[in-house]
Write a protein that binds this ligand. Structure first.
Ligand code: ATP
Length: 315
């Protein structure tokens, strides 16, 4: 519904699971090359952009089905939505962005599901709509990769292979949905910290550059074959995340005991993702994990990328 005199644009963008993540050695520039198979899931962030007085303001509301606490998220220029809006304004010659950004968080913060990246993708699209800057998807994607390795995927959604630092995307045509149960953790893990731990764990070993995604994973995601995917799901960051958060290991075991086909740390963790055989199995697993006190949620993917949910009002 439009409110006369108020200009707003709202955009949703999905969190992601890496169903396969191979990580290369530490590069001279401080990054790691990866071969990642991304899957966008039905847990969405919303960003609402409203024409403001001056500058960029950021507010966050939390909750959602996983009851996400939002304290600790920066509300200043460091927030990824503020960086996204500032970068779009800069690239399009807009002197004062004058925008108020409201994030509705559902994806766990510092959870390894790219929530901040989804916010950045949503903010880019919301400001593009609010300001009528008319940048194409390709132009937004080029700004997105400057904001963070996972931002282009949050913009694109679906399923994709990510090479480079994860930003060189090749979309994957997935024919059927895969069903998962997420378990959110009350702790957060810093992504750079998990990569540092991985480097420590691998010290002295010769680690190859990841050249391509595992073709067995690609085939299982394309065909939506959960049983096949369960055998090949893999995350190079898992050992590092578990070494920083050992309390996750028994939860991974428990999810499997309760019927998951496979369980994995999502990205850099600590969110866990359990693969289920279908929608009903995911609902059962969600209930069983919740009954044991876990913060569990059934989701499915692929989910669509960033999209406008409410158009900018022209008054
Ligand atoms: P990754 O994309 O590396 O998997 P993540 O999902 O583990 O990241 P995020 O929730 O995206 O973690 O954010 C990690 C950190 O980034 C937070 O701890 C916070 O300090 C900072 N941050 C900046 N902007 C945001 C935002 N909009 N939402 C959440 N965190 C943000």
């Amino acid at each position: 519904m439009s409110i006369p005199g108020i200009h707003t644009a709202s955009v949703s963008a999905p969190g992601k699971i890496n169903v396969s993540l191979q990580v290369g050695p530490l590069r001279k520039d401080g990054y790691h090359s990866v071969a990642s198979v991304y899957l966008a899931v039905s847990l969405l962030e919303d960003v609402r952009a409203t024409a403001g007085q001056s500058g960029i303001t950021v507010a966050v509301e939390g909750g959602g089905p996983l009851r996400i606490p939002v304290d600790g998220i920066p509300l200043g220029p460091d927030n990824l939505v503020a960086r996204a809006a500032a970068e779009l304004a800069h690239r399009t010659g807009r002197r004062d962005p004058a925008v108020d950004l409201l994030i509705t968080k559902r994806v766990p913060v510092a959870g390894g599901m790219g929530g901040g990246s989804a916010d950045a993708a949503a903010a880019l699209m919301a400001c593009n709509s609010l300001w009528g800057t008319g940048l194409s998807h390709t132009e937004l994607a080029s700004i997105a990769s400057g904001l963070g390795a996972d931002v282009p995927f949050a913009l694109a959604g679906g399923a994709a292979v990510g090479l480079g630092v994860g930003d060189q995307l090749t979309p994957l045509d997935a024919e059927a949905s895969l069903h998962w149960v997420l378990v959110a953790s009350s702790i957060g893990l810093s992504t750079p910290g998990v990569y540092r731990r991985l480097d420590e764990l691998r010290a002295g070993r010769n680690i190859p550059e990841p050249a391509a995604a595992d073709p067995r994973v690609l085939e299982a995601v394309r065909s939506g074959n959960a049983a096949a995917l369960a055998g090949v799901i893999h995350n190079d960051l898992q050992a590092a995340a578990l070494s920083l958060a050992p309390q996750l290991a028994p939860v991974l075991d428990r999810g499997r005991e309760l019927g998951a086909l496979a369980g994995i740390v999502s990205g850099s963790g600590p969110t866990l993702a359990f693969l289920a055989g279908g929608a009903a199995a995911a609902a059962d697993l969600e209930s069983a994990l919740r009954a044991e006190g876990h913060n569990a949620l059934a989701v499915h993917g692929p989910a669509r990328g960033a999209e406008v949910t409410a158009p900018a009002d022209i008054t």
